[in-house]
Design a protein around this ligand. Structure first.
Ligand code: NAG
Ligand code: NAG
Ligand code: NAG
Ligand code: ZN
Length: 544
């Protein structure tokens, strides 16, 4: 077992080193994925045509939200309401369209969030650990950041927002606005010296570069990374994964101040740092709100301080974001990304309860968005960046505690859990002082097993559990949702958004995108024709 553990650690370190491990068999570059997306779109359009444009887009990403997470999360939601659980409904299961996204990256079979979020937001698949760049040569001086749905929306005068429960520079949110050869370059101390002259850390990119600095809503954690560490933050049970990083900027720049200073005094800008301040915003009149609620990631929902001086829930952040993006100062619609980022963190530590509770909160925030918008003009997409390796085992009975036992014993007369993991720290957690003897589940008290940081059993000892490589669900409702059917490469999601909402690279393929412009032109033409039809026919005769 010691050997296994060493092996696991060795592999982990390989993962932590730089990206491209081997060359993919195809030339999977920008052009390749662009063509794939366009062809997929054309194929779908053969059987159905759009009837409406999506004025607004809300994209929910459950980080690590595998199908097992959705099913078990649905059961937990029901059981929290005192029901059996299995029959419970979650809101997005009644969305009219469901597709499956293939999540592999150009370098790995099982992906990470950097590459998958880049695929979703920019429409281009890339290498694992890379953000906003198409298969870059490590640390190349020449680079071209891939534009995302946030850039496209801003070009069309739409408001834009980004909400997450992780720090705002973490892989998934960063892919919306930044580029990086490696996802770790969130802090100036993490950027290798040899590239410092031509590369700035992603925290600076957020505050100093488009499209980050022009976003209307930026909600998440990461004060450390923005150089504004809050020494008063207390009682935090942070995600304690071994790959977790912190930041103590050597440049000592306070990027929150820098962000606020760059706006003209005509623009209404606000910085908020807790729930009370978030709820007190004058939503109708504000243009830009930066909400940074934690030094690093936000706390797990069930462990949060729910008072005004605490951290807001994902639902509260979603509500505030929509109010700001859709306020009376905005007529052009908006694009909002909402990430539930800690489903993934909990799974990595085999904390099944926390992962499912994060899911329940995500589902609530989706309800908030449904309540505040109309499917006539708002496209809502619910998806995941990648799966995880939580396993949903047989044979529990109806109504058995989803976080409990499978109500039976295995061949060795040993009780086992309904939810276990393929890999992760749960293996050693359940052995007696790291010997090979597994402590029987009967020996845990009810209190121990219901502790939020209790770990479920895992098959293979790894200091951090791995992601899953299976396809993820893409549930959608609203204008253009029909585009997200069947099984497609994950990067197609970005192009479906482009087409549906008349922003970005394939807006031109959508006849409805032209209609506004053309309607004006053809109206003036018919007016001219009614004034002088004789003149017009004379003109044709001369031409002939
Ligand atoms: C905005 O800034 C300009 C230039 O610094 C100044 O002249 C003006 O008085 C300011 N307006 C307000 C409302 O503060
Ligand atoms: C959404 O609206 C329903 C019906 O009005 C209400 O019961 C529910 O609490 C709302 N949910 C949220 C999250 O706002
Ligand atoms: C592990 O070792 C400690 C100290 O030797 C002991 O108190 C504890 O009971 C052991 N735990 C198990 C599960 O055997
Ligand atoms: Zn992860």
């Amino acid at each position: 077992m010691k050997l296994l553990f060493l092996l696991a650690f060795f592999q982990f370190n390989i993962l932590l080193s730089h990206s491209a491990i081997y060359q993919s068999p195809n030339k999977e570059d920008k052009q390749f994925w662009h063509e794939y997306n366009v062809n997929y779109l054309k194929n779908i359009l053969k059987s159905q045509k759009p009837t409406k444009v999506a004025k607004n887009v809300i994209l929910f990403v459950g980080d690590g939200m595998s199908f097992a997470t959705i099913t078990a999360g649905r059961i937990l939601k029901g059981q929290m309401q005192g029901k059996s659980g299995e029959e419970t409904k979650i809101n997005f299961e009644s969305f009219p369209y469901l597709g499956l996204a293939k999540t592999y990256t150009t370098t790995t079979q099982v992906p990470d969030s950097a590459a998958t979020a880049t695929a979703i937001f920019s429409g281009i698949k890339t290498s694992t650990r890379t953000i906003g760049l198409s298969n870059p040569t490590i640390n190349a001086k020449e680079h071209e950041r891939l534009p995302t749905i946030i850039d496209w929306a801003q070009e069309k005068g739409k408001r834009t927002g980004l909400v997450t429960t992780t720090r705002i520079t973490h892989a998934t949110p960063a892919a919306a606005y930044a580029y990086s050869f490696d996802r770790l370059y969130e802090c100036d101390t993490k950027v290798p010296n040899e590239i410092k002259s031509h590369f700035k850390d992603m925290s600076r990119q957020l505050v100093e570069n488009k499209p980050g600095k022009d976003m209307n809503v930026i909600f998440g954690g990461g004060k450390d990374f923005l150089g504004a560490h809050d020494i008063f933050e207390k009682n935090v049970v942070q995600f304690a994964g071994p790959s977790e990083i912190s930041c103590d900027r050597t440049d000592k720049v306070n990027l929150i101040e820098k962000y606020l200073q760059q706006f003209s005094n005509e623009t209404s800008v606000k910085y908020v740092k807790n729930t009370g301040e978030l709820l007190a915003i004058d939503y109708d009149n504000v243009d830009h709100v930066l909400g940074i609620f934690a030094n690093n990631h936000l706390e797990y929902e069930s462990l949060k301080n729910k008072n005004p001086d605490g951290q807001p829930s994902l639902t509260q952040m979603t509500e505030a974001a929509i109010k700001i993006l859709n306020n009376k100062k905005n007529q052009n619609g908006f694009v909002l990304i909402v990430e539930s980022g800690k489903i993934d963190h909990a799974h990595h530590q085999n904390h099944a309860r926390l992962a499912l509770e994060e899911f329940v909160e995500l589902e609530k925030s989706i309800q908030q968005a449904i309540n505040m918008t109309s499917s006539d003009e708002t496209l809502i997409i619910v998806t995941s960046d990648h799966g995880h390796n939580m396993i949903f085992n047989g044979r529990p009975k109806r109504g058995d505690d989803i976080l409990g036992f499978a109500n039976t014993k295995n061949g060795n007369n040993q009780l086992y859990e309904t939810l276990t993991y393929g890999t992760g720290p749960g293996f050693n957690y359940h052995t007696k002082n790291n010997t090979e003897t597994i402590k029987p589940l009967e020996e845990y008290s009810e209190k121990q097993r219901s502790h939020p940081l209790y770990m479920h059993q895992s098959m293979v000892p790894l200091i951090e559990s791995t992601h899953g490589g299976e396809d993820v669900g893409v549930f959608s409702d609203g204008p253009g949702s029909f585009l997200l059917q069947r099984t497609f490469e994950q990067c197609y999601i970005g192009y479906a958004i482009s087409f549906a909402s008349c922003i970005g690279p394939v807006a031109d393929m959508n006849e409805l995108c032209k209609s506004k412009q053309e309607k004006l032109t053809s109206d003036s033409l018919s007016l001219k024709m009614s004034i002088s039809p004789m003149l017009l026919s004379a003109y044709f005769i001369v031409l002939n």
